[in-house]
Ligand binder design. Structure first.
Ligand code: ADP
Ligand code: ZN
Length: 224
């Protein structure tokens, strides 16, 4: 199954995708993680995209499309994938059309107030990228990752003045994709209006949609 998780920054795409990947046995592909890996490795490309990422701006389409296409060519993606953070612009959606079919788009609807609260309390593992929240999803030990015992930190783009910028970018550039996928009849909405709803509950909602979509015959022809 080829699934896209669509939704504003802080909607929980990464949190849900990291659980769905285990349940469904297909890879979780986060372009945000790919960008951060590239920056951490200090490649030429990494240095070039760092300034965009730190400011909460989108990395140019050509670069991100190339990075994603490279990842989707790996054999592990043959059975399907969960895309988190891609596509984010109309050009990226068009490019994806040429790279792979899509079976289902889950649109996470989350009010701005919750997003701001959530992102400003988010902690990320330096090593494995696991996501925590100071209010709702606390690590067992304050600043230490439950999974790999590395330190947790606040992402540069999770600082308050960058959060608003990311939300603005989302509304302007990414939200139009909701209509695009609605027209293709691939979009399903999931609403999360309460910050205290545990991730498992939302994951279950998504799982029900996936199962229903499977019953309707998706994924169709896995060869492309
Ligand atoms: P968020 O928490 O905002 O969803 P991500 O971890 O997905 O953030 O992405 C972090 C940063 O990486 C973005 O702010 C952007 O600079 C870059 N990035 C990730 N995915 C894309 C994309 N599809 N197009 C352009 N830039 C991207
Ligand atoms: Zn970790």
């Amino acid at each position: 199954m080829r699934i896209i998780l669509l939704g504003p920054p802080g909607a929980g795409k990464g949190t849900y995708a990291s659980r769905l990947t285990v349940i469904l046995g297909i890879p979780h592909i986060s372009t945000g993680d790919i960008v951060r890996e590239e920056i951490k490795a200090q490649t030429k490309l990494g240095n070039e995209i760092k300034e965009y990422s730190d400011k909460g701006e989108l990395v140019p389409d050509d670069i991100i499309i190339k990075l994603l296409a490279r990842r989707l060519r790996k054999p592990c993606c043959e059975k399907g994938f969960i895309l988190d953070g891609f596509p984010r612009t109309a050009r990226q959606a068009e490019a994806l059309d040429g790279i792979s079919k899509v079976d289902l788009v889950i649109n996470l609807n989350v009010p701005d107030k919750i997003i701001i609260q959530r992102l400003s309390n988010r902690l990320t593992c330096k090593k494995c990228g696991a996501i925590y929240n100071k209010l709702t999803l606390k690590p067992k030990k304050d600043t230490v990752c439950d999974e790999c015992s590395s330190g947790l930190y606040q992402r540069e783009d999770d600082k308050p003045k960058v959060i608003q910028e990311r939300l603005d970018v989302y509304r302007k550039k990414t939200e139009p994709l909701v209509e695009w996928y609605k027209k293709k009849r691939l979009l399903k909405d999931v609403h999360c209006d309460d910050m205290m709803i545990p991730p498992e509950v939302v994951v279950e909602k998504i799982k029900v949609i996936i199962d229903a979509s499977r019953k309707q015959g998706f994924p169709r022809n896995l060869t492309k």
